[in-house]
Write a protein that binds this ligand. Structure first.
Ligand code: AMP
Ligand code: ZN
Ligand code: ZN
Length: 449
């Protein structure tokens, strides 16, 4: 447990603040001091009174949260956070938000329940077949290019991202956006970037991420963003490594993120934004426990030379080599146990994934808790602690949705809903005209006051 904590701390907490510039606190004390000396230098009584009024006016503008036309919206993602963690682990800061805000029983991810597809559907309101972000690993038959999370060139290439993310909707309509990491935010989608964005750096300490958000909110000019994001990956990392059922380890990762939410709240309070900002705390998907007893060894079912793998686990996607489609499919069908195999045209409509060029010939979806691997990989590494990607309707894959701020009801609990509706909600909170999307503007109206 202590070693776990040290590991997480080293990675996310103990580095010095990397971002240059300290959060501004919104009180321009220096300017005030200068104005004051001006005030005492003035001889004329009438002039003194006028100056006093001007100063009082300036003070009234700056001494509480800066007011603009709209209430800023901060969209937070805690990657791989299951709503159950709120009850399983001490999370006082998230509980504070729950108490005074809206908590959904769950939020259904898009299929496959992976990181890039879901973060991108959350901000576009589109199913995966309409974003084109159909997996974390993809092949595009038109451009003949490959995509993976570690491929910086691909991640920053706008051709991979369809639809219109909310920061583009915002910037196009004159509303400033700032992303403290979000899948897609590093690419010029529709030739637009958020006013502020950062190249993804998983090692950037969480406190520095919060400091950036506070600094951006504290800007006193027209570049101050009204839409912001904040991203934390440690709960997902620990879920993969130890499994969601490993209570001691998960408590460490969940506790760290909760403490960062606490730090965020205290910083928002310090600069006068708390109570004047709407906050959505979301996750992209849940996490299922794996076991070395629940394994599907692909190379013991098919000849791996007959296929080209695109993605692996727990949703295997593959192209069959010339003339091999039926042989590969039939072999997989014959051994179909603890997984379901589909030819592309057979993929159920309910997944909203198949109508896209990037979906290859064959898709295999493992049952929840099963892992797809090969004999060699299994012997070398086992299956690990946990994974996600499964049927998006399964209990284990449900994500987190928590809404807090002046726009939202207090102490409200709502039933599970699909994450494609969040884009419409965010557009309505920011007064933006939404781009075409798969969500419905009324679906989340009941969370609003
Ligand atoms: P998954 O394989 O679906 O569990 O993906 C989770 C991982 O996505 C995290 O551990 C992050 O390192 C990675 N990730 C999150 N955001 C980004 C990003 N903007 N660019 C590249 N990788 C990312
Ligand atoms: Zn994820
Ligand atoms: Zn993950």
């Amino acid at each position: 447990m202590i070693q776990n904590l040290r590991l997480l701390n080293d990675k996310y907490m103990s580095c010095p603040r990397i971002l240059s510039g300290h959060p501004q606190n919104g009180f321009p004390t220096k300017a005030f001091g200068n104005d004051r000396s001006l005030f005492f230098a003035a001889k004329h009584k009438h002039f003194e009174t006028s100056i006093l009024f001007v100063l009082l006016f300036i003070f009234s503008l700056t001494s509480c949260a800066p007011r603009g036309e709209r209430t800023p919206l901060l969209l937070i993602s805690i990657d791989g956070f299951k709503p159950e963690y709120l009850e399983q682990h001490p999370t006082p800061n998230l509980h504070r938000l729950m108490q005074d805000g809206v908590l959904a029983e769950g939020m259904t991810p898009v299929f496959p329940s992976k990181t890039f597809p879901n973060h991108y559907s959350l901000v576009t309101g589109l199913y995966t077949e309409n974003t084109g972000v159909i997996a974390n690993n993809m092949y595009d038959p038109k451009s003949k290019e490959w995509f993976s999370l570690g491929n910086r060139e691909a991640v920053m290439n706008a051709n991979w991202y369809g639809g219109e993310p909310i920061w583009v909707t915002a910037e196009k309509q004159g509303v400033k956006a700032a992303t403290m990491f979000w899948p897609g935010s590093e690419a010029p989608i529709k030739a637009v970037y958020a006013t502020r964005w950062m190249p993804y750096d998983g090692n950037l300490p969480y406190s520095a991420r919060v400091d950036s958000v506070i600094a951006w909110l504290s800007v006193q000019d027209t570049t101050r963003p009204d839409f912001l994001t904040l991203y934390f990956s440690g709960v997902d990392d620990y879920g993969h490594r130890y499994g969601p059922e490993n209570k001691d380890s998960m408590a460490v990762a969940v506790g760290l993120v909760d403490s960062m939410i606490g730090y965020l709240l205290s910083e928002l309070e310090r600069v006068g934004w708390l109570g004047n900002i709407n906050i959505l705390v979301t996750s992209d998907h849940g996490m299922a426990q794996l076991s070395n007893e629940r394994v599907i060894l692909l190379d013991s079912i098919i000849d791996m030379d007959d296929v080209r793998m695109v993605d692996w686990n727990p949703v295997a996607m593959m192209y069959a080599k010339e003339g091999k489609l039926d042989a590969v499919y039939n072999a997989l069908k014959k051994s179909e146990s603890h997984y379901t195999v589909y030819k592309k045209e057979e993929i159920p409509e309910i997944y909203h994934v198949k109508n896209n060029d990037r979906v290859p010939d064959i898709m295999m979806v493992a049952d929840v808790g099963y892992a797809i691997t090969t004999k060699k990989m299994f012997d070398e590494r086992g299956v690990g602690g946990g994974t996600h990607g499964y049927d998006n309707r399964s209990k284990e894959m449900q994500a987190l949705f928590l809404a807090y701020g002046p726009a939202f009801k207090q102490g409200e609990r709502i039933p599970t809903f699909q994450n494609i509706h969040v884009y419409e909600l965010m557009c309505s909170l920011l007064g933006l005209k939404p781009a075409p999307n798969d969500g419905h503007p009324d679906s989340l109206r009941h969370v609003l006051r």
